[in-house]
Ligand binder design. Structure first.
Ligand code: ADP
Ligand code: F6P
Length: 478
């Protein structure tokens, strides 16, 4: 740590594994900053700008400098990770153990003691950095599965703080969670917070049940009563997007023109289907493309009138499961295009790259059908972003019932992503749906998305955190 301070001057501190920007060092040694991948950054960036808060996080590189920096009106405080910590804490325990375990064990989690040790060490470093930047009685908002020990560590360092924690990914049912050799430590870590937030009601219920059954704490509805007198609340706060920003972008002339251009470059297909995901095995990309390929093979669709654009953002590329997935999808796309494409008419236009926000908005505007079929997903912001960009109330959303977004976007064409035939039927239903039906569905979904945007999400969380009751014994005394 560069700082030996025990207290800072920020009234709101967000602590997340990643900063909103990644440090990229070019061959000439020059440092540039690139937007970090994923939904967490999309959601928190506008909030931290609005509240003038501080953001503590990793800069995506190894052994980077820890000097504070200002970016896009945000005060950023980097936490350095060594190459070994990147391997053991980030790729290992966070993304090789917790990520698959919390996503229904769709891949096999690895349980390694050295990964756990690194998780503890790095969580402590984040807690120390947050403690050094937070003002007296500040609000500290810890984010996501990589930092579940931070709340308790931070409370020990700074009992004056109000500490919130929000989990962006699903919290698993107890049958899966209890596989974790360090299950009690994780629960204890989270209980350092005054408020623990989840995407879905079921996640909060799983957590409360686990602390009652495994740690023996008294609970009542969403409240957990600890022996030291503190009360911890577990609540669900479905995350959202910056609707106004995206609407503004999507109706702008350059985005409208770019959307037109995309369609014409694709040969003016009758139907443009779109998938946008980090290249992650939880996102269901492989089965979704297989379903589309089979529809072409069977003649239900043809490359003359339908094209699938799949954007697959590079992600966690040194983790074995992700490498394997990339190879499998490369092969599948190659096979489908080789067997079914024609000159100038590929069946799938596959893009393994990151894009600026205006290009994303143009893709959403260009697409007739957005296909979002994760096997499990905390929320899935892409589904909400597509809806926000459909200002003409047209377009169709095919959505997995296993994404958190399915709780809200009920008018989507719902699918079970494990059911390939069901997925094919839903895609065809969306392709053939009368415009009137699509408008009705999209209008309702737009109303939902607009009625609860990311600042509502943050205000609800922060508002509840401010009211957190630290000592239930005082409250219960007559
Ligand atoms: P996750 O957090 O698991 O990555 P989400 O769907 O919740 O999934 O959020 C993904 C976010 O990343 C969205 O805001 C989406 O617009 C953005 N995104 C996804 N792919 C790309 C890409 N190729 N280029 C730029 N932004 C992307
Ligand atoms: O919530 C999903 C999440 O894991 C975020 O924590 C993270 O910012 C995003 O996906 C991208 O993942 P990574 O930081 O591993 O690239």
């Amino acid at each position: 740590m560069t700082s030996t301070r025990t207290q800072g001057d920020h009234d709101l501190v967000v602590v997340a594994n990643r900063l909103p920007v990644d440090r990229v060092v070019g061959e000439d040694g020059e440092t540039t900053w690139r937007r970090s991948p994923g939904g967490l950054v999309t959601a928190l960036e506008p909030i931290i700008q609005q509240y003038d808060g501080a953001w503590v996080g990793w800069d995506g590189g190894s052994d980077g400098p820890e000097e504070p920096l200002e970016q896009g009106g945000m005060h950023l405080f980097p936490v350095a990770l060594s190459p070994q910590e990147i391997e053991e804490f980030y790729e290992g325990f966070s993304n090789g153990t917790l990520w698959p375990l919390y996503h229904d064990v769709v891949a096999k989690p690895g349980f390694h003691r050295e990964w756990w040790d690194s998780y503890v060490t790095v969580n402590r470093r984040f807690a120390e950095r947050a403690a050094a930047e937070a003002a007296d009685k500040a609000l500290v908002w810890v984010q996501d599965y990589q930092l579940q020990l931070v709340p308790a560590m931070l409370r020990e360092l700074r009992p004056d703080l109000r500490i919130g924690f929000f989990l962006h990914i699903p919290f698993p049912p107890s049958e899966l969670f209890v596989q974790l050799p360090w299950r009690s430590q994780i629960l204890e870590g989270l209980l350092g917070a005054d408020l623990v937030g989840f995407q879905r009601r079921g996640g909060a219920q799983n957590f409360v049940r686990l602390v009652r059954q495994r740690l023996g704490h008294k609970t009542h509805k969403d409240l957990i009563y600890l022996e030291d007198g503190r009360t911890v609340a577990a609540e669900c706060f479905p995350i959202s997007i910056d609707v106004a920003e995206l609407e503004k972008l999507s109706v702008s002339d350059p985005v409208a023109e770019r959307a037109q251009q995309i369609r014409s470059q694709l040969g003016e297909p009758r139907k443009l289907l779109l998938g946008v995901d980090r290249l992650d095995y939880t996102k269901g990309i492989y089965d979704r493309l297989r379903a589309f390929g089979e529809l072409l093979e069977e003649g239900a669709l043809s490359v003359e009138d339908a094209v699938f654009v799949q954007v697959a953002t590079p992600s966690r590329e040194r983790v074995d499961e992700y490498r394997r997935l990339r190879d499998e999808i490369d092969r599948l796309v190659g096979r489908i295009n080789g067997d079914l494409g024609r000159i100038g008419r590929p069946a799938i236009s596959y893009l393994h790259s990151s894009y600026p926000r205006d290009e994303m908005a143009a893709l959403y505007r260009a697409a007739d059908i957005m296909v979002v079929t994760p096997l499990r997903d905390g929320m899935n912001l892409v589904a909400k972003e597509y809806v926000a960009c459909r200002h003409r109330d047209d377009g169709a959303l095919v959505l997995s019932e296993f994404a958190g977004a399915a709780d809200e976007l009920k008018q989507a064409f719902m699918v079970n992503p494990y059911d390939i035939n069901g997925m094919k039927a839903a895609i065809l239903e969306a392709v053939d749906a009368p415009p009137k039906d699509l408008t009705k569905r999209m209008k309702a979904m737009r109303k939902t998305v607009r009625s609860h945007d990311v600042s509502d999400w943050a205000e609800e969380f922060i508002g509840m955190l401010k009211q957190a009751r630290p000592d239930h014994r005082k409250r219960l005394r007559p």
